[in-house]
Design a binder for this molecule. Structure first.
Ligand code: ZN
Length: 390
C-alpha cells in the first residue's frame, strides 16, 4: 500500500513537471544550429540526433515554443563578406520555415509570437551574434531589422571599430586603441532602441557593457551568459553587471556551456586535450578555430567527454544566484545549443529541456516563477523593446 502511494506521488510529480513544461511558453534565446549545421549542409528538417543538439522535430519534443536563431559568422568574415554571409544565413532560415508552414512561423513581434504558439508552431526569431556583421554601416543595421532580426550582440569574441569584446578587453588590455563603446557605438545602441532591436550584452567587454547600459533607454538582454562569481571566465557576468541588468529591467539568459558553468571544467578539458595533442596540432595547421577543434574532438571521443560534464544542478545554481541577487524576473534560458561542445550531463540535446523545469520545481521554485524563467521574462523585455507593435 505504502509502495503504491509512493509510486503515485512519483507519477504525479512526473506528470506535473511535464504538463507545466508543455503549458508554459518556453523560449530559448540562443541556438547556433544555422551556422554550425545548416550552413555546412546539414538539414534540420531531418532527424539529426547524434549530429546536432537540435532539429525541427526535437525542438517540438523539448517543448520549445520560441527559438531565437543566432545569425553568426566569426572574425574571419569582415568587410564585404560578413554582412553577405549573415544574409545568406537569414535566407536559409526563411527557406526552412517556408518549406514547413505547418510546423514553423517567422516571428518579429510579441503578438506574432502568441499567434505561432496558439497554432502550435515553433516561433522562429533571429539575433545577429556580433556587431562586425553590420560592417560599420548603420544602413546594414536597419536592413537586418527589416529582415526580422530582433537582437544584436554588440560584439562576438572579436571587437569592432566601435565596441570592444570581453575577450579583447581581458587579453589585450593596454594594447587596445579604445575601450568600450565610442561615439558611433553609442549611436548604434540608440538606433537599436529606436528600431526596436534588443541590445544583447553577451560577449561584450566590461567597459562596453557599462557604456551600453548607460546609453540604452530600453531593457537589455544577455542572450547566453553565466555568473562570474561561480566561475571567473572572461565573459561571465560580475555581480555589479548583474545588478545593473536588474535595475535596467533586463534579463540574463543562462548559457549551458560547461566551460562557463563549471570552474573545474577547463582543468579537466586541458588534461583531455593533452591526450589528443597530435590531432589538435594538425587541425591548427589547417587553420581550424579553437572551438571547432574542441567540437570535433568531443564528437569523436564522446565517452571521454562524458566525464568532463557538470551536473544540471550547477546550471540551476547559476539561476539561483541571479535570482537571489536581483529577483526571479531577470532570468531566462539561452542554451547556446549547437554552438557549444559540452553541456551538463543531463542536457544531451534540446529534447532534455523539460528536465530544467523538473530541476527548478525540485529546487523549490513555484510554478509561476518557473513560467517566468522559461519564457515570460523574455516576452516582457521583447515587448518593452518592440516599437509600434512591429
Ligand atoms: Zn556566443
Amino acid at each position: 500500500m505504502r509502495l503504491l502511494l509512493l509510486f503515485s506521488i512519483f507519477l504525479f510529480s512526473c506528470q506535473s513537471y511535464k504538463s507545466l513544461h508543455q503549458k508554459a511558453i518556453v523560449v530559448d534565446t540562443h541556438n547556433d544550429v544555422l551556422s554550425s549545421a545548416t550552413m555546412k549542409g546539414l538539414n534540420i528538417e531531418n532527424d539529426l540526433t547524434g549530429k546536432t543538439h537540435s532539429d525541427i522535430a526535437r525542438f517540438k519534443k523539448g517543448g520549445v515554443d520560441a527559438q531565437i536563431f543566432s545569425i553568426f559568422c566569426n572574425e574571419r568574415f569582415g568587410k564585404d563578406t560578413a554582412y553577405k554571409f549573415a544574409n545568406i544565413e537569414i535566407d536559409s532560415l526563411y527557406a526552412i520555415v517556408a518549406r514547413n508552414p505547418d510546423k514553423m512561423m517567422m516571428v518579429t513581434n510579441p503578438l506574432q509570437l502568441q499567434q505561432a504558439i496558439a497554432q502550435k508552431k515553433l516561433a522562429c526569431l533571429m539575433g545577429v551574434e556580433g556587431g562586425h556583421m553590420i560592417e560599420d554601416n548603420l544602413s546594414y543595421l536597419d536592413a537586418f531589422y527589416k529582415r526580422g532580426v530582433r537582437y544584436m550582440t554588440l560584439t562576438w569574441n572579436n571587437s569592432t571599430s566601435w565596441a570592444t569584446s570581453a575577450l579583447d578587453e581581458t587579453t589585450k588590455k593596454d594594447s587596445l586603441v579604445h575601450k568600450g563603446l565610442n561615439a558611433f557605438g553609442k549611436n548604434i545602441v540608440k538606433r537599436m532602441n529606436s528600431l526596436g532591436m534588443m541590445v544583447d550584452i553577451s560577449h561584450v567587454g566590461e567597459q562596453t557593457f557599462w557604456d551600453a547600459i548607460n546609453t540604452t533607454t530600453k531593457p537589455v538582454i544577455a542572450s547566453h551568459s553565466c555568473v562570474y562569481n561561480f566561475n571567473p571566465v572572461f565573459r561571465n557576468l560580475k555581480d555589479e553587471q548583474i545588478k545593473a541588468i536588474g535595475k535596467n529591467g533586463g534579463v540574463i539568459h543562462l548559457n549551458f556551456f560547461s566551460l562557463f558553468l563549471d570552474s573545474t571544467f577547463q582543468k579537466k578539458a586541458d588534461k583531455y586535450s593533452a591526450l589528443y595533442k597530435r590531432e589538435i596540432d594538425s587541425l591548427t595547421i589547417l587553420k581550424w578555430a579553437g572551438y571547432e577543434i574542441e567540437g570535433y574532438l568531443l564528437a569523436k571521443y564522446p565517452e571521454a567527454a562524458k566525464n568532463l560534464k557538470p551536473p544540471l544542478s550547477l546550471l540551476i545554481d547559476h539561476i539561483d544566484y541571479i535570482v537571489r541577487l536581483i529577483g526571479v524576473d531577470h532570468v531566462g534560458l539561452g542554451s547556446d545549443f549547437d554552438g557549444i561542445s559540452s553541456a551538463p550531463k543531463e542536457l544531451k540535446d534540446v529534447t532534455a529541456m523539460p528536465l530544467i523545469t523538473k530541476a527548478l520545481l525540485k529546487r523549490g521554485y513555484s510554478k509561476a516563477d518557473v513560467r517566468k524563467i522559461l519564457g515570460e521574462n523574455f516576452i516582457r523585455v521583447f515587448t518593452a523593446n518592440t516599437v509600434n507593435g512591429l
